[in-house]
Design a protein around this ligand. Sequence first.
Ligand SMILES: [Zn+2]
Length: 278
Amino acid sequence: MSAALRRLADLFLEARRAVAFTGAGVSTESGIPDFRRPGGLWDRFDPSEFTYKNFMDSVAGRRRYWALGQVTYPVIRAARPNAAHLALAELHRLARLDCCITQNIDDLHQRAGLPPETVIELHGNATRTRCLACSIAYTRDEVHEWLEARDEIPVCPACGGVVKPTTVLFGEPMPAAELREAERRSRNADLFVVLGSSLAVYPAAYMPAHAKHAGAMLAIVNLEPTKLDAQADLVIREKAGVAMTAVLEAVRARARGQAPPVPDAAARGEAVVRRPAS
Ligand SMILES: [Zn+2]
């Protein structure tokens, strides 16, 4: 384990209210492409056509949206939680994680076992939809079946209203309650860990700044530099899955009353000294 990962594990062990903040990098480790990347979806589709306004204002706008969704939703549905999702869920079970604020819409934190009330989704959730007229909720699986079965845009079977995914579309404000809750949890955190986010999308990216200003330790785990690296107490250029697996290992080792094992030494063929189990 590198010194930086050891330090991250120590921060989790010392923290009383650790908050994780996850971005697209955590989803890409489950095989969900980052649509904003070169070669991604927005090179093939024009994002300006998929705005909230276009969706709300016209049948044609909704038709284009759902046509795109027929391509993207099966990818999200087929994805499975990765090591980062699983480690965060386990850290919560071990009372080492207060909550997870996420920019991701793929439901993978919940599917990994994080209780839904501990996942604060700033950009909504692609597995759910709602009728904008009568508020009945439909699963995205249901709506996807309607799309596959008949070539029509989804309308509410109960009232004929517009059915909208609960994801935040371009130009749509973030959900106010989630935003407030995320700010509150960020300000209450004593450790705030960014995982797989370049912190480029606001207002979500203000969360680590809120936490830092309120006195939290700030750790950033991302493969590329972020705007907040200079303010962070710890910056790790690593995949979220690798980093959080190391953290979980250290937390479990502490729980067993042992020092964490040293996998790097084993990999180099050196002797690994382990304390006998007591
Ligand atoms: Zn309805």
